[in-house]
Design a protein around this ligand. Structure first.
Ligand code: G6P
Length: 369
């Protein structure tokens, strides 16, 4: 097992550090930036189904559901297709309205999650076209779907999902960009900029990983906190949810993810000097709004850990702790902002002596309903 961990103390840390290379594996042969092309075998034959779809319904559970939420932003933003994201377990029991004009994307690392599988069968029985985004090759979901794209993240052993999440987002981004180019909802110039920026993601993730020691010192300060709040807006709202989930899963500290603007409708009541608030405050269309959210937290004596873009000055002056990440276009930021949140939860869990790779009560693959 020590050999399999490749010199890392835990599989989770190894898998966090694998992200630059597995993201590259995910787009290898599919993203041809110099030719301005995206080639996705599973998509080519069915592209008209997506183009003509009334809407896309994305289903998943846990971290895969969070990847679906990120995809909602990117599909609507770039490809202008209405998207609904559903927990598979809610969708399947709700008597949902599904027609032949719907495309369903099922996201699953293991390809074995019982609720996701049952939701796929339901969607197929109503005539929808179902596309899978799975990691495990030959898994049940990859066989039950009409077509799909693998994420190529390699085996993920840590129960808390890390590299599966970022590679799911990579595949979904490729699909969204491909559809945007076919539908003409993106300019030729922007499309090419995205392709080039996607190719730079692995080295930016590598750079984000360089903050590891700094993040460990931040973790040391907060390891005894009882509650954490994670805030983000837009593309980084799902990242806030995922950051909170990671902390809960492996450290057993209560954490909530929230869209920053909703803070005033509830969570703000929880804020005092005991409450660490992780705010994703990278460059985006909402930067100024996030700055005002930080001011609201500071005026209630909350403690801020901010994830900021390189070169940031405004948030740096306001936050108690700052973690810098490289700049990238807003639609691609989840691939970068996720990294420090994974590391923060990892270090806190290690300091609390938790079983990081196999947290209590959780399973890697949930094959029961
Ligand atoms: C379990 C795992 C999570 C995972 C979820 C969905 O809860 O512990 O890490 O996100 O199932 O699994 P799937 O394999 O369908 O992505």
């Amino acid at each position: 097992e020590q050999i399999e961990k490749g010199g890392f103390d835990h599989f989770m840390l190894k898998e966090i550090y694998e992200q630059p290379s597995v993201i590259k594996d995910t787009y290898r042969g599919r993203l041809l930036a110099d030719q301005g092309l995206i080639k996705l075998g599973g998509l080519e034959d069915h592209i008209q189904k997506f183009v003509n779809a009334d809407r896309i319904i994305i289903i998943g559970c846990g971290t895969s559901w969070h990847a679906g939420l990120v995809a909602e932003y990117i599909f609507e933003d770039l490809a202008r297709i209405p998207v609904e994201v559903e927990y598979a377990s809610e969708f399947r029991y709700r008597n949902p309205i599904i027609t032949e004009k719907d495309v369903v994307i099922a996201i699953s690392q293991s390809g074995e999650t019982a609720d996701t599988l049952a939701a796929i069968k339901l969607a197929k029985s109503k005539g929808a076209f179902v596309y899978g985004v799975c990691n495990v090759v030959g898994s049940t979901i990859s066989r039950e779907t009409h077509s799909g794209s693998y994420t190529h993240a390699g085996p993920e052993i840590g129960v808390a999902s890390t590299k599966a999440f970022t590679t799911q987002i990579t595949v979904l981004t490729l699909i969204a960009l491909k559809l945007a180019s076919v539908k003409g909802t993106i300019s030729y110039r922007d499309y090419n900029i995205y392709l080039q920026e996607l190719e730079l993601i692995p080295e930016k993730v590598e750079k984000a990983l360089l903050s590891n020691e700094h993040i460990k010192t931040v973790g040391e300060v907060f390891k005894n906190a009882r509650n954490f709040l994670y805030l983000g807006r837009g593309y980084n709202f799902p990242v806030a949810l995922e950051g909170a989930l990671k902390l809960k899963e492996i450290s057993y500290i209560h954490a909530e993810g929230y869209p920053a603007a909703e803070m005033k409708h509830g969570p703000i009541a929880l804020i005092d000097e005991e409450m660490p608030v992780v705010v994703i405050a990278v460059n985006s269309n909402h930067y100024d709004k996030v700055v005002s959210n930080i001011q609201e937290i500071k005026s209630r004596k909350g403690v801020i850990i901010a994830i900021v873009s390189e070169g940031d000055t405004t948030v740096k002056e306001m936050a108690d702790y700052v973690i810098e990440v490289p700049n990238t276009p807003e639609s691609l930021t989840p691939l970068i902002t996720t990294i420090p949140l994974q590391l923060l939860s990892y270090h806190i869990a290690v300091m609390l002596n938790r079983n990081v790779d196999q947290p209590r009560n959780l399973a890697k693959s949930v094959t029961v309903e």
